[in-house]
Each structure stands twice: as structure tokens, then as C-alpha cells.
Design a protein around this ligand. Structure first.
Ligand code: SF4
Ligand code: SF4
Length: 738
């Protein structure tokens, strides 16, 4: 007894000292990040999220098989803590039992059941890892670029926890020291297997099993704290500190030192975006430390899936590895050196040598030496950049990564923050963006068109589109119809706004448009990192809109728009500039009008077969999935879903200002999406976004030119589908839709 007490407690104290040192180091490192505002507000909602996401494992369960395996492993960790209480008790007294519940057959049964469930779970994980073997499947594996050796070690350690548990408990059964009279079926079975070894051997094996069980846990603790499996401890903290309700929809305002930057009068020492790893907030650093390398984000990323070097997982891993490698300079008291030359470093050889992949920018400069500290955060291989510009600028901000991440990492915010520094401080960005920024600044729209042409879309309609004549909205007007730049200047998008205007007219909705009073909402500027231009445009619009809605309280400041980017920016970003409006997407309003009987679609015959493409800024960013689908159904069309739809929809390639950049690497995102749509063999691809519409039309045109798509397929907006069916029942339509 004395020997096992001394060994057990000695190992524990040693481990706690090592663990304590590591925890202190991690805390100091993450605490060295910039302040992050708003992370402790809404405590009730945060508590609920903790219950749902951590204890309920909701996000993990989005992927059924690995989700269930993780669910049982997580709860195994929780329940088996009681076995460790018993193990430590057994160090002191052979007949230890947890007070009150420690002899209940129910607890014994639950402990053994969950232990076996964990065993089945780790076998499941092993099978999944073999099936997803990155060596064999390369980029199509979600584990490509992950540290697979560490993952196998963790599975092995969990296996060790389980078999030592049954060894220790089985011998206890045979030695009469087991606290449970019945119920612990697994331990009793283990005891039956070990009984033939005889009482003396069983007594020795009880001590060996007990010390092994405790030793495995202590070794596990050290491995977890010193590896990427840190998430076991930090994920609940990361989830608790996440952006509420999630890091999609609006972007955060630019902050420096925890304070919002005043673009009209910035402080001299303000940091614009993230140009160095230490510019990230503590929440950013916690994100990096929390990544489990599960690759769910990577598997959904449109850039990665079309051959670009961007993987959201590798971005987070690279930032984490760089943060840890630079730590001696951030918290270790070492002085940051001047920028050394990295030109002699063979990137590919390094990547091959350290078991990593060429897409990882971190492996360009190994170690924690001065080169690591001085390398640029964003830069090409030649300069040893941690994040390659091709990685940074490939992101469409589609949100698939954020949506899928089981530990609530905020990829888009980090990517946009790095873009902000590149644009505002380094003036380093794809050349095409220069034209975009000029058009936005000089003309107020990305196309560089004159604002006098903003009402051209309405020409030829059989009714007058009401345009705001005064500064303020007349009392009887319910909606401001925000046309957006695409609706005003792009031929295809004009068809959408014409159809919507007609439907509003038919339904008798009292609305007005602003005409040349509109300016670009600023979304492409903001998502490409040009916060300065965004602020300029947004302030201008907010000023106009606040005048338009002057005197109107909440609930009467209604805007309808056909563009999900306008929908997101006006409704969810303008409150940051004191612009508060109730913005609805046209599919939501039209759906409401159908339900109220103000629009009566008449299905014709069998109806066309249609597939629906979810725009990222309508779907994932704002969770509007049903209204457009209901409208497709109401119009009599047969909806065939693409394999990737709703929250797992594939991007069209236009978001994050990618619409205005050349796509030079890999397969074109829009063509990949159109291929999926063509495979549904439907006659129309319906959508609810002018930018998706442009991208899908371009993709379809390319496939038609190649002969892989029939000329009968078309890209249309849901509003057009609805208008056609409404007109079927109207003998005297007020206008002709194009
Ligand atoms: S937002 Fe979309 S494109 Fe950007 S990294 Fe995430 S999944 Fe990839
Ligand atoms: S989904 Fe989240 S945890 Fe998984 S690899 Fe991506 S960033 Fe890391």
C-alpha cells in the first residue's frame, strides 16, 4: 500500500509541476494578445452555448459518425473522472468508495458502459483516419496537412486508459476490493478472465493496474498540454468567448488596443489590421491554440476544393505554429531582430523534410530563431511569409469553414484582418482591386458607372416605379426597395429587380426606390480589407437612410433588397455606424406576400425541374434557407437539391470581393458549382443573389461553349420563377417580365 501511495502521489506531483509550467506559459502567451471587446457580454446566451455545444456536442454531431464517436469520447472523459476519483482513493485505502454514490450498481454499470463506448469510438476514429489517409488521398483528405502522428498517439493513449481501467477494476473484483456489488459488467468480465492467474498475482496486478491507470492519465495530461490536443482543455473556453451568435454575417469593426478605430481621426499608435502575429487579439490566439486539425473546414472550403493553396485549417495551424515559435520573443524577453534574409531557404525541401505540406507557409522558416521572429506574417515563399498572398486572397468569405468548425474558430475575421493590414498599411493587394477601389471611391459602385444610370433598370416597365421625391419617406410608404449596384448596372441582375418590382406592384406593396441616392453598400471594399473605403461609403448611405427614415421608430424602417450582400451589410453592419433598419431579402418578403394571399402563383403542368443555389450571404451568413425554397415550390417548379446545399452549400466564387479578382489558380469555383448543378439535370438554376447569378451564368456559358451543358439550361432568380407563375393566373398582367 505504501509503495503504491508513494509512487502514485510522486508521479502526480511531478506531472502537476510540468503541467502547471505549461499552463502558465500558454496563459501568458495568449494573454499577450490585444484586447478583444464584447467577449464576456450576453452571459446567459454564452452559458446556453456551452451547454449545447460543449456538453451537447451539437456542432460535432452535424457529422453523424465522427460526431457520435466524439460525443461518447467526451462523455467518457467526464464519467471516467469518477473512476479516477476511485483510483486515487485506492492509493490510500484498498476499500475506497465514493461517498454516497460509490457503491451504486448504476454508477458501476454506467462507468463500464461508457468505457466500452469509448473503446468503440476510438476504433471508429481509427477506421475514419485510415479511410481518410492523407498519404493516399492527398488533398481530398480532410487530414491532409494535419499532424497525423499526434492524432494516432492520442487514440493510443485513450486505448491505454480503457484497458488499464479494466485491468485495475477486474483485479479489484477478484481481490474483494471492488466497490460495486453488481452492475459493473465489464469489470466483472475482466475479473473472470484474470481469476485463473490466482489470488497472489491478482493482488500484484491490482497495484500495477492502478499505477498504470493513473500513470497513463498523467502522461496523457502532459501530451495533451504539449500538443494540438490542447483543444480538450481550451475548446470550452474558446466556445464560451466566441462571437455571438456566431462569427458569420457582419464583420467586426476595426479595433486597435481594444478600441474601435476612428477613421476620421485615428490615433498615432493605432494598428490597422494584423501585420504581425502579436497584433492578433487574445481571442485570435486562443482560436489558433484551439484548432483540433480535424479538417472539417478544409473539406468544405471552395478555394481548397478547386485547387487553390488556401485551406482554412492550414491558415489557423500556420498562425498557431508561428505564434508558438515566436513566443520567446513575445513573452520570453528576447529582442526582436531586424528582418533577416530568407532567400536561401528551400521551401519545398523543408516541407518534405518536416512531414508537412507545400501549402503550409509556416514550414518555410523552421525553429524559434531570429528568422522566425522577423519573418513577415503575409508574404511569398521568397520572403518567408507565414501566410502566402495566394492563400490570403483566395478566400471568398463564404463562411463554410466557420459554419463547420466544431470549436468556433473565426477564420473569416482573421483572414480579413490580415487583408486590412495588407491594403491599408502595405498597399499590397491583387492589382484588379485597384480598379475596384477607384470605382468605389470615384463613382460609388464597383462597375464605375455613372449614378445617373441607376434607374435604367426600370425602363420599359408598364408601370411607374415610385422613386422617392422628398428627403423623407412619406408616411404611407412601407418599404424602401434598395436596388443595389448589381441590380442597377448588371443586365442579368436588372431582370431580378424588374421581376421583384412587378411582383411588389401586383401585390400592392407601397414602396419607393432611391434612384441615384444609392451608393455601393461597401461590402466588396470591407471584405477585401479596404475598411477606409467601406467607412466612406457606409457613412454616406447611413446618412441618406437616416434622413429617409427620419421620425420613424423601430419596426417602421423597412428595407427590401434582392442582394444578400446589401441585405447583410445594411441590416447587420450599418448598426455599427448607427444605422438601424429592418432589412428583408426579397425572397422573404415575396414568400410572406404569397402566404398572405397577395400573390397567387399558379403552377403550370408538371412545372420545370429546378435546382436552387444558396447564396452564402443569404444562407450561411444569415440562415435564410426556407423562403426561397418555398417560393420555388409555390411557383410549381420541381426542386432537385444539389449534393452541397443549405448550410453546406458550395460558394459561387464571388464573395470576399473575389468577383473583382482574376482566378488564376486551379479550377474556377463557379465552374465547379455549375458542374454540380448540371449534374442534377434540371432545366434551371435558381438563385437569390445578383453576384451568384453572374458567376453561375458565366460558368454555364463556359460549359455550353465546351458542349458539356445544353443550351436549354438557364440561370434565373427565384423572383422570376414566381412572376411567371403569378402571371399564369393573371389574364392582364401589368408588365412584361424579361
Ligand atoms: S470563408 Fe470560405 S473560402 Fe474562405 S477560408 Fe473559409 S471556407 Fe475557404
Ligand atoms: S474545423 Fe476548426 S478545429 Fe477543425 S481543422 Fe478547421 S479550424 Fe481546426
Amino acid at each position: 500500500m505504501a509503495a503504491r501511495l508513494i509512487i502514485g502521489l510522486g508521479l502526480t506531483v511531478l506531472t502537476l509541476i510540468l503541467a502547471g509550467q505549461r499552463v502558465r506559459w500558454l496563459y501568458t502567451l495568449i494573454h499577450s494578445g490585444q484586447p478583444a471587446s464584447g467577449r464576456t457580454k450576453e452571459l446567459g446566451a454564452r452559458l446556453k452555448t456551452q451547454l449545447v455545444e460543449v456538453f451537447g456536442q451539437r456542432r460535432l454531431l452535424n457529422w453523424t459518425v465522427p460526431g457520435l464517436a466524439h460525443f461518447f469520447t467526451f462523455w467518457g472523459f467526464v464519467v471516467l473522472l469518477t473512476v479516477y476519483v476511485e483510483a486515487y482513493g485506492a492509493l490510500f485505502t484498498e476499500h475506497f468508495a465514493i461517498p454516497l454514490i460509490g457503491r451504486s450498481p448504476v454508477l458501476g454499470f454506467i462507468q463500464d458502459l461508457i468505457a466500452l463506448a469509448v473503446l468503440v469510438s476510438i476504433i471508429t476514429f481509427a477506421v475514419l483516419r485510415i479511410r481518410q489517409d492523407p498519404e493516399r488521398r492527398q488533398r481530398s483528405s480532410r487530414f491532409y496537412g494535419s499532424h497525423t502522428g499526434g492524432a494516432w498517439l492520442i487514440l493510443f493513449m485513450i486505448f491505454n486508459v480503457i484497458w488499464t481501467l479494466f485491468l485495475f477494476r477486474g483485479t479489484e473484483v477478484n481481490n474483494g476490493t471492488f466497490p460495486y456489488p453488481s452492475g459493473a459488467f465489464g469489470s466483472e468480465a475482466a475479473g473472470a478472465l484474470l481469476a485463473p492467474l490466482g489470488p497472489e498475482t491478482n493482488r500484484v496486478m491490482e497495484t500495477v493496474g492502478l499505477l498504470l491507470h493513473i500513470g497513463v492519465m498523467l502522461a496523457f495530461l502532459i501530451i495533451v498540454l504539449y500538443s494540438k490536443h490542447l483543444h480538450i482543455f481550451v475548446a470550452p473556453i474558446n466556445v464560451a468567448a466566441k462571437r455571438m451568435p456566431k462569427a458569420l454575417g457582419p464583420l467586426l469593426p476595426m479595433e486597435s488596443g481594444g478600441k474601435e478605430i476612428d477613421f476620421e481621426d485615428p490615433d498615432e499608435d493605432d494598428t490597422f489590421g494584423r501585420g504581425k502575429i502579436e497584433d492578433f487579439t487574445w481571442k485570435g490566439m486562443l482560436d489558433f491554440a484551439t484548432c483540433t486539425e480535424c479538417g472539417r473546414c478544409q473539406s468544405q472550403c471552395p478555394a481548397w476544393n478547386t485547387g487553390k493553396p488556401l485551406s482554412p485549417k492550414l491558415v489557423i495551424m500556420d498562425l498557431r505554429d508561428h505564434l508558438f515559435a515566436k513566443a520567446p520573443y513575445l513573452i520570453g524577453g528576447q529582442t526582436l531582430p531586424e528582418s533577416p534574409d530568407h532567400s536561401d531557404i528551400d521551401v519545398l525541401a523543408l516541407a518534405a523534410g518536416n512531414g508537412h505540406v507545400p501549402e503550409s507557409g509556416f514550414s518555410r522558416v523552421p525553429g524559434s530563431g531570429p528568422e522566425q521572429a522577423a519573418r513577415p506574417l503575409v508574404g511569398s515563399a521568397e520572403v518567408g511569409g507565414v501566410i502566402d498572398p495566394d492563400v490570403l486572397w483566395s478566400c471568398t468569405t463564404c463562411g463554410a469553414c466557420v459554419e463547420q468548425c466544431p470549436v468556433d474558430i473565426e477564420h473569416i475575421d482573421h483572414i480579413v484582418d490580415m487583408r486590412r493590414y495588407q491594403v491599408l498599411i502595405e498597399t499590397e493587394f491583387p492589382t484588379e482591386l485597384g480598379t475596384l477601389f477607384r470605382n468605389l471611391e470615384n463613382k460609388g459602385n464597383p462597375w464605375g458607372q455613372n449614378s445617373s444610370a441607376r434607374m435604367d433598370w426600370a425602363k420599359g416597365l408598364d408601370f411607374e416605379v415610385p422613386q422617392l421625391a422628398e428627403e423623407t419617406l412619406p408616411d404611407e410608404v412601407e418599404y424602401l426597395f434598395w436596388i443595389g449596384c448589381a441590380g442597377a448596372f448588371d443586365d442579368n441582375a436588372r431582370r431580378t429587380v424588374r421581376a421583384t418590382a412587378e411582383l411588389l406592384h401586383i401585390a400592392g406593396v407601397n414602396y419607393v426606390v432611391l434612384g441615384d441616392g444609392e451608393t455601393c453598400n461597401g461590402d466588396p471594399a470591407r471584405r477585401s480589407g479596404n475598411e477606409f473605403v467601406f467607412q466612406l461609403l457606409a457613412q454616406q448611405n447611413v446618412e441618406v437612410l437616416n434622413t429617409v427614415f427620419e421620425g420613424r421608430g423601430p419596426g417602421r424602417r423597412k428595407i427590401v433588397t434582392t442582394c444578400p450582400h446589401c441585405f447583410n451589410t445594411l441590416g447587420r453592419e450599418y448598426p455599427q455606424l448607427d444605422g438601424h433598419y429592418e432589412v428583408v431579402h426579397h425572397t422573404q418578403l415575396l414568400n410572406q406576400l404569397v402566404r398572405e394571399g397577395k400573390l397567387t402563383p399558379v403552377p403550370g403542368g408538371d412545372g420545370p425541374a429546378v435546382t436552387y443555389h444558396d447564396p452564402c450571404y443569404l444562407g450561411r451568413h444569415n440562415e435564410v434557407y426556407s423562403p426561397p425554397r418555398e417560393l420555388v415550390g409555390a411557383s410549381g417548379a420541381q426542386l432537385t437539391e444539389m449534393p452541397r446545399h443549405a448550410d453546406r452549400s458550395m460558394c459561387c466564387g464571388a464573395g470576399g470581393a473575389r468577383m473583382w479578382m482574376e482566378e488564376r489558380i486551379g479550377k474556377r469555383v463557379n465552374e465547379d458549382r455549375v458542374d454540380e448543378a448540371i449534374a442534377t439535370q434540371t432545366s434551371a438554376i435558381a438563385t437569390g443573389c445578383p453576384f451568384c447569378r453572374v458567376m453561375l451564368t458565366d460558368g454555364l456559358t463556359a460549359r455550353e461553349a465546351e458542349g458539356t451543358a445544353g443550351k436549354t439550361t438557364e440561370v434565373i432568380d427565384v423572383a422570376q420563377l414566381l412572376l411567371t407563375s403569378v402571371k399564369r393566373g393573371d389574364p392582364a398582367p401589368p408588365a412584361q417580365a424579361e
